[in-house]
Design a protein around this ligand. Structure first.
Ligand SMILES: C[S@@+](CC[C@H](N)C(=O)[O-])C[C@H]1O[C@@H](n2cnc3c(N)ncnc32)[C@H](O)[C@@H]1O
Length: 517
């Protein structure tokens, strides 16, 4: 069964799409409140572009989350009283100096309430964070799950090149492991063989007799717990088992980060190693169980869940994350479509919504939907020099390549000046063609100006046809697949439902005309 991949804010998706008590395992690796902007490194061009922000401000969204947490939740959303008290206290404690941290915590708390709702009673949640906010997040989790449901603080220890600092090197992340229930009914598979016990330890505890002595009082009692003798013998693993299988995995995990040129690397920032997720998925779910990653990034948890035969749901608010996930899944599981996508614009209405709410994501989406890629070099808002995307087309019957410049306009009020501006860019860049993608139907005068920009040979030697040098394509045409590219776009991911791009249906506008595109 294909997994569900949602583009959108996980709060909306969880509230509207995920039923209560329907998920077995949640792994979340949210932004850590690092005050950084993260960039995706594009493999082919080695250029960068913004993936997501991890900067928080006390704005309307934070205010709304805080209001929902403190008595103004929408109907049907239950916020535990302890959590309301805690967030009020945290807001006082953090004061005006750390309002941005409070904005981050409010964003997390309201989402963790939803995660608790969707988790089955036998389910588990792993919150991946770092010491920046782990202490506050643990309080929030205690107030939602109950402190009896806290199972482990897992330390993920990694090695990286040291940085100059007047403190110890920071080389670990934290995974807070909670279960939905406190009665030990949660799914848990003990993992062996990941760690070795030191020979000296095995020697010390190497016989049953020694273990029995150890249990019945030889061990120094723990002063903090008020113990007068060691735990009962039944609490220890059999020495023979430990010898045969390796020690049961502890809560300090040494897993290497992904190498800069590692096969696994996607270029998405903050990507986690599959080996780390393998432990989480194998320990706390079984084949067929539902795994949710509400901050899925480039989809590490999803890929591992698919490999381990789990059903999965992934959500991300960054459209480029969703694109990377789809590519990664297609490459990891060639020949089968293991994902179903929701939330990306699928019709004119949803495309318009994206254009009106997130101009930057709209540009990205339109460029990709057309079959293009972002321009080379880092793309900053407002500094793209009129280029929102590019495409390279190969002639159908020769090796000749042609460069296409793409410009995207989501706004309603367009004039022929936009067409002229694109023509100037195409000239300046010495490109072959220009495509102006418009959300709204272009006016007849815009189409006339585009026609006046001249003709170039159609990228196929067999019929000697000519095409318009500047072409306007409306989003409706892209969605309907009624546009035709004058060459083979090899970079374009084939859409199994629609067939390869060069076999797309030709629009009524194209049929019967000797001049196309
Ligand atoms: C640290 S990254 C996750 C990396 C991921 N674990 C991996 O291995 O690729 C955090 C992700 O959370 C996403 N994100 C931030 N806020 C979100 C929200 N409200 N809903 C869904 N995703 C969100 C960001 O776009 C980013 O991709």
């Amino acid at each position: 069964m294909p997994g569900d991949l949602y583009y959108g804010d996980n709060l909306d998706v969880m509230r509207s799409k995920i039923a209560s008590e329907s998920v077995d395992l949640i792994y979340l690796d949210p932004p850590f409140n690092s005050d950084k902007t993260y960039h995706l490194i594009l493999k082919e061009s080695k250029s960068q572009e913004r993936a997501f922000f991890d900067t928080w401000n006390w704005d309307d969204t934070a205010e709304r989350a805080y209001a929902e947490l403190t008595g103004h939740a929408p109907p049907g959303i239950r916020v535990p009283g302890r959590l309301s008290d805690l967030v009020r206290t945290l807001k006082d404690f953090l004061g005006s100096e750390q309002r941005d941290t409070m904005a981050y915590l409010a964003m997390m708390a309201i989402r963790l309430v939803e995660m608790h709702r969707v988790l089955r009673r036998t389910g588990s949640l792993y919150l991946h964070c770092d010491p920046t906010a782990s202490h506050y997040l643990k309080l929030i989790l205690d107030s939602i799950f109950g402190h009896d449901c806290f199972r482990n603080e897992i330390i993920w220890r990694y090695r990286r090149w040291p940085t100059k600092a007047r403190r110890f090197q920071r080389m670990h992340d934290v995974l807070l492991f909670y279960t939905a229930g406190k009665d030990n009914e949660h799914v848990f598979e003990t993992l062996y063989g990941y760690e070795k016990l030191a020979d000296s330890t095995l020697k010390t505890f190497g016989t049953k007799k020694q273990k029995a002595d150890f249990s019945s009082g030889h061990r120094k009692p723990s002063v903090e717990s008020g113990e007068t003798k060691g735990p009962p013998l039944s609490d220890f693993w059999e020495v023979e088992d430990v010898h045969a299988n390796g020690a049961p995995l502890s809560d300090a995990w040494e897993v290497g980060v992904i190498a800069p040129i590692g096969k696994e690397r996607t270029g998405y920032p903050t990507q986690k190693p599959e080996k780390l997720l393998e432990r989480v998925v194998r320990a706390s779910s079984r084949p067929g169980d539902v795994v949710l990653d509400p901050f899925c990034g480039c989809g590490t948890a999803i890929v591992v869940a698919e490999k381990e035969s789990r059903v999965w749901i992934g959500i991300d608010v960054a459209i480029r994350a969703i694109d990377v996930v789809k590519d990664r899944l297609d490459k990891t599981f060639p020949g089968k479509r293991v994902w179903t996508e929701y939330g990306e614009p699928s019709d004119v209405g949803t495309a318009l919504h994206l254009a009106e709410t997130n101009a930057y994501d709209f540009q990205w989406w339109a460029v990709h939907k057309l079959g293009g890629r972002p321009p080379k070099g880092e793309r900053k808002k407002g500094s793209d020099g009129g280029i929102d995307g590019e495409m390279t087309l190969r002639d159908f019957d020769s090796e000749k390549r042609r460069r296409v410049i793409i410009s995207v306009k989501g706004q309603r009020n367009l004039t022929p000046d936009f067409v002229k501006a694109l023509e100037t860019t195409v000239d300046r860049e010495k490109a072959d063609y220009g495509v102006l993608v418009t959300m709204h139907e272009p006016s007849p005068s815009m189409r006339n100006v585009a026609r006046d920009c001249g003709l170039v040979p159609w990228a196929s030697a067999h019929d000697g046809k000519m095409g318009h040098r500047i072409r306007i394509i409306a989003v409706a045409e892209i969605l309907a697949g009624t546009f035709q590219l004058p060459g083979r776009n090899e970079a374009c991911r084939p859409d199994p439902e629609r067939g390869p791009p060069d076999r797309r249906r030709v629009s009524s506008e194209d049929v019967g005309h000797s001049v196309r595109w």
